[in-house]
Design a protein around this ligand. Structure first.
Ligand SMILES: [Zn+2]
Length: 144
């Protein structure tokens, strides 16, 4: 039986001679510095060290969710559902991110549902405007 990898938690000051770095050297997908403590003998945390990362991802679904599969703020700004014409490109981009493991499929599904709702709302507004135009034309005697 393997014990799950442990993230070393020590309160020693960063400047201790010979002490390991206090933070993992890896950068997360959103471009920020990984905040986890590195493992002994490496400057990477259990999640980012290739030797243990897979085991850590399996053991800690929460860590995976927190570190790997949300979009960055910049990526999230690519999500545009208020303009129905922008929705196909948005969904295509999200599908690519999901297919390459950069985005949780549940997030892609949530955006897809929201995009469908936004499309229906836009269609309803468009239909209401057309009916209003027709009614106005009828009240003014039909043909112009
Ligand atoms: Zn890390």
């Amino acid at each position: 039986m393997k014990t799950p990898p442990r993230v070393k938690r020590h309160e020693a000051p960063e400047s201790s001679p010979g002490a390991p770095a206090s933070r993992c050297a890896a950068t997360t997908l959103d471009g920020t510095h990984c905040a986890a403590h590195p493992m002994r003998g490496t400057d990477l945390c259990a999640l980012h060290d290739p030797a243990t990362g897979q085991a850590a991802r399996i053991a800690g679904g929460r860590a995976r969710t927190a570190g790997l599969r949300f979009l960055s703020e910049e990526q999230a700004r690519e999500i545009k559902i208020s303009d129905p014409k922008a929705i196909p490109d948005t969904l295509q981009q999200l599908a690519r991110w999901a297919a390459t493991g950069q985005l949780d499929v549940r997030i892609m599904n949530a955006v897809t549902i929201a995009a469908g709702a936004a499309t229906r709302v836009a269609d309803t507004i468009d239909l209401a405007n057309r009916i209003e135009t027709l009614e106005a034309a009828l009240q003014h005697g039909g043909s112009r």
